[in-house]
Ligand binder design. Structure first.
Ligand code: THU
Length: 132
């Protein structure tokens, strides 16, 4: 699957966003080595801190369907931003533990801009279990 195709899958996930408070819909699509794709969108709550980002929903969705970090190939995230979307710090921390170092991350917007990156680039000097 090309990065454009994976971003198109993330756009489909974005349609499931529940974001009445921020009105900022985000979609994510997580591609596995067996070509299966898992979807996530941001889901908000009137108690704002309970809201969950698209990226984490996609990863948790895949894990709940029996996938593991070793199965993950690439993640696409898309939102209506001027530049390719920038995942929040909480999602970077979760990805640093549950998404492979060599996995590709495609950050996109609705204009078709796509930035390719990886978790080391997005969260250098991450806190991990070796720090405990
Ligand atoms: N959000 C995501 O789902 N992913 C991102 O990469 C950035 C932010 C969500 C959280 C909240 O529901 C809304 O976007 C505004 O912050």
């Amino acid at each position: 699957m090309t990065k454009e195709e994976l971003v198109a899958e993330a756009l489909k996930a974005r349609e499931r966003s529940y974001s009445p408070y921020s009105k900022f819909a985000v979609g994510a699509a997580l591609l596995c080595k067996d070509d299966e794709v898992f979807y996530g969108a941001n889901i908000e709550n009137a108690s704002y801190p309970l809201s969950m980002c698209a990226e984490r929903n996609a990863i948790y969705n895949a894990i709940m369907h029996g996938k593991e970090m070793e199965d993950f190939l690439a993640l696409a995230v898309v939102g209506n931003t001027d530049s390719p979307i920038s995942p929040c710090g909480a999602c970077r921390q979760v990805l640093s533990e549950l998404f492979p170092r060599d996995g590709k991350i495609f950050l996109a917007n609705l204009k078709g801009d796509i930035k390719e990156t990886n978790i080391d680039e997005m969260l250098p000097y991450a806190f991990d279990d070796s720090d405990l």
